[in-house]
Design a binder for this molecule. Structure first.
Ligand code: ATP
Ligand code: MG
Length: 398
């Protein structure tokens, strides 16, 4: 089966952005180019409010489709068959070639309708005449195999477009993730852990066009190298959609031990989270990120009650986005299965939260009580905090 040399990219939301539309389209083209670059030579161009991808060299079709259908901003991807020239005979041949390469495997027992757009008005037939002729030719060839016309609810819409000196034929839409191209909406710092929730949260914000950075708080030797590897693996899966993620790995052990040694143990998780947030906010400011992102969801665990979330939020001025806030665990699980992070998330390696947790943590912390406890850290925690930030390692996940 011959693989398409060309794809038509369908995008929805960016089409509605008025004057900014070109900016959005350019960023989407750039994202497409960079994702396809390792696979061969491609021409990615904007044309009459559409994006076309043309393969100029041999390439791995399945890998290209896999990559393209993960790019935010792409709603659908149509493999296109292009006619050699703009004659009826050439267009007819392109349609038949298209049918052979697209449907031969599963057979031709379905209904169809031809829909022609004649952008180049020089072509001697009008679009209705082309619809009818092509429909007739298709039936002649495939009717005995079950092909039939349904003008109201066809299984397959055969799109024929006459543009410039070529005819373009497509019929199949491979769904993309939708959303907005990354790079159109600023940057955010995600608190990425090895769980199920934060990779989903990171994906959801990236899907709105936000470039993502990440921070992982590591507590060796209480957490294993495997736990860090797992987080990196999760970040890499998300990066297939979002583009490269710059991730900070902060050695949090000394800060955590200082909290453990000086603060009431039922408040450990809340205070630790406040320090996560402070460090994330510092890194965010350094890198010009406008917000922090976490995988918290109301009521999921004791540190995610409304009271806890409010007290944790109070530690920073930076806006905190929690895209899974209103989702049930099962919904987050289904989401993670859809984007492909679930299997990695359920690997067993501990993250630092699960090691320093108290048996009976406060579920309705009071800000004044937490602030009072944090006073005990004054003079102790600052150098540890600075050192942790300064020694943070950077990895680029892609
Ligand atoms: P997740 O499934 O994302 O790990 P969780 O259900 O385990 O979340 P918590 O452990 O309470 O919930 O963590 C809440 C959020 O805090 C996480 O979603 C993540 O954004 C952040 N977080 C927790 N631990 C870490 C860590 N070690 N490094 C970076 N961020 C963390
Ligand atoms: Mg977790």
């Amino acid at each position: 089966m011959e693989k398409a040399k060309m794809f038509l990219v369908r995008y929805a939301e960016i089409g509605t952005k008025g004057k900014n539309r070109y900016v959005f389209e350019d960023i989407l083209c750039k994202r497409i180019r960079s994702r396809l670059k390792p696979l061969g030579e491609f021409d990615v161009r904007r044309d009459f409010g559409r994006i076309y991808i043309e393969a100029l060299s041999d390439y791995d079709y399945d890998e290209a489709v896999e990559r393209l259908t993960k790019i935010f901003g792409i709603v659908g991807l149509c493999p296109v068959t292009v006619s050699d020239e703009l004659t009826y005979e050439s267009i007819r041949k392109a349609v038949i070639d298209h049918f052979e390469s697209t449907f031969a495997e599963d057979g031709f027992d379905f209904s169809f309708k031809v829909h022609t757009r004649r952008i180049n008005k020089d072509f001697p037939m009008n679009s209705m005449e082309i619809d009818m002729e092509i429909g007739h030719d298709l039936l002649e060839k495939y009717e005995s195999e079950g092909l039939h016309v349904d003008v109201h609810k066809p299984d397959i819409m055969v799109e024929v477009e006459l543009r410039g000196e070529k005819g373009y034929v497509y019929s199949k839409i491979l769904p993309g993730p939708g959303g907005l191209p990354v790079g159109t909406n600023g940057k955010a710092m995600s608190l990425l852990s090895g769980g199920i929730d934060s990779p989903v949260a990171t994906y959801m914000v990236a899907k709105r066009g936000v470039e993502m950075e990440a921070v992982y708080f590591n507590s060796p030797p209480y957490t294993s190298a495997r736990a860090l590897e797992k987080v990196q693996k999760l970040g890499t899966i998300v990066a297939q959609y979002s583009g490269p993620i710059k991730m900070y790995v902060v050695n949090f052990t000394d800060v955590q031990l200082a909290i453990y040694d000086n603060c009431p143990h039922d408040q450990l998780t809340i205070i630790m989270k406040r320090y996560f947030f402070r460090m994330a906010a510092d890194l965010a400011k350094r890198d010009d990120c406008q917000a922090i992102v976490t995988g918290e969801s109301i009521g999921q665990v004791s540190s995610q009650t409304m009271q806890s979330l409010a007290v944790i939020d109070d530690a920073v001025d930076t806006p905190v986005f929690r895209p899974v806030i209103g989702m049930d665990k099962q919904e987050i699980v289904e989401y993670s299965q859809k984007i492909g992070t679930f299997e990695t998330s359920i690997e067993p390696y501990e993250d630092c939260c699960t090691i320093f947790v108290d048996k009976h943590p406060v579920t309705k912390p009071k800000l004044y009580a937490i602030e009072k406890s944090e006073k005990r850290l004054e003079g102790i925690i600052e150098p540890l905090y600075q050192k942790a930030l300064e020694s943070a390692e950077v990895v680029i996940l892609k």
